[in-house]
Write a protein that binds this ligand. Structure first.
Ligand code: SF4
Ligand code: SF4
Length: 201
């Protein structure tokens, strides 16, 4: 039986902008609001230019607010995450966000309300073992990514709880998410409406 077990090669691909990508490229390392708070604190202490951008957002047309569920790390202009060191790798290993702890397992968004756990094909370990990892089932994923899978599951569950919270707020008529907003109106809302972060434990 194949005893393949995930081992990080510390190449840093997952913490950096890949070569030959255009200037607009922003790698999607999703963060929950409380993770952003924690990383801002660490970055402040280290005097690092840590920046994030809103990632998953919903327009709440009842309160004219943009609901922010997740952010993502901006890797520009330095080309890699501010916490990445070429020699040491990630310098916040124990405190890094769930998305990084779970990597190369990742959450793939099927649509605004549905997600699944997948393997990121950009990871060097995945590239090197592509034939063994292609089309494997969940049990094999759990076995090969024995430490990462529980983190991916936590990440996934939290995402689900956020979606449920949104639905509950809608059912209680506290918010109203527009699912048919035009791109123009959505951009307008993004520009003018205040933000409200949605947090769950
Ligand atoms: S937090 Fe660590 S693992 Fe995550 S992108 Fe930054 S350096 Fe990489
Ligand atoms: S791309 Fe994969 S092998 Fe390379 S540092 Fe990231 S997780 Fe490790």
């Amino acid at each position: 039986m194949n005893k393949l077990r995930y081992e990080c090669l510390k190449c840093g691909i997952c913490c950096s902008i890949p070569q030959n990508t255009n200037n607009d490229y922003i790698k999607r390392i999703p963060l929950y609001p409380e993770e952003v708070d924690k990383l801002i604190e660490i970055a402040k202490k280290r005097n690092l230019p840590f920046k994030v951008k809103e990632d998953l957002v919903f327009p709440d047309i009842k309160n004219k607010k943009i609901l922010v569920l997740t952010y993502r790390i901006i890797l520009k202009p330095q080309g890699s995450c501010v916490f990445y060191d070429k020699i040491k790798g990630c310098t916040i290993h124990n405190e890094k966000p769930y998305a990084c702890k779970a990597y190369p397992l990742a959450i793939r968004r099927i649509d605004s309300f549905n997600i699944e756990i997948t393997i990121d094909p950009l990871c060097h370990f995945v590239v090197n073992n592509y034939d063994s990892l292609r089309n494997i089932g969940l049990e094999r994923i759990k076995d090969i990514f024995i430490d990462e899978y529980p983190k991916a599951e936590t990440f996934y569950e939290k995402n689900k709880r956020l979606q449920l919270k949104i639905r509950r707020l809608e059912a209680e008529d506290k918010i109203q998410i527009s699912r048919q907003i035009s791109l123009k109106d959505f951009n307008n809302a993004l520009k003018n409406w205040k933000r409200k972060e949605i947090r769950v434990k």
